[in-house]
Design a protein around this ligand. Structure first.
Ligand code: DQA
Length: 144
């Protein structure tokens, strides 16, 4: 099984960026932990981070050629991007939406996700564990 891990804007700054909200792990730390869990499942993971909405749309459009599902932290585009939603709807691959922070107990503009209605599920508020739980759920869904 192959899973694409997508990270949205500003997640390249993890570790330095508002650590009181997002923690001190870097994006490489998160990707490393995902890779280790993926190896337990014998899943092959691909990773892509971009600050550009268009680059993320391109990655989603190309995903069905290589991947069985997508684990995505759309970051700020969660709350703004019809384009990401439409791309995910177009390809139809199963995906799980994750967030490090609990977006539902933050500012009101973060409460809405354009992507969540299409997702298998949304996991937020658990830092690295949001990603690990999301990967596990996506893997089990695809396997079954
Ligand atoms: C985030 C939450 C978003 O609201 C925010 O814009 C981010 C990160 C999270 O992982 O908690 O950039 O997706």
């Amino acid at each position: 099984m192959r899973i694409l891990v997508l990270h949205g804007p500003n997640l390249n700054l993890l570790g330095k960026r508002e650590p009181e909200i997002y923690g001190t792990l870097s994006l490489d730390d998160i990707n490393g932990a995902l890779e280790a869990l993926g190896a337990e499942f014998e899943a092959v993971l691909g990773f892509f981070q971009s600050n550009s909405e268009g680059a993320l749309v391109d990655a989603i459009q190309q995903a069905p050629e290589k991947y069985d599902g997508i684990l995505i932290n759309p970051a700020a585009y969660t709350h703004t991007s019809v384009a990401l939603r439409d791309a995910l709807a177009a390809i139809g691959l199963p995906f799980v939406e994750v967030h490090l922070s609990n977006i539902h107990r933050r500012e009101e503009f973060r409460h809405h996700s354009f992507l969540a209605p299409l997702a298998l599920g949304q996991i937020c508020g658990f830092g690295l564990d949001s990603y690990l739980l999301g990967l596990r759920a996506l893997f089990n869904h695809i396997k079954n």
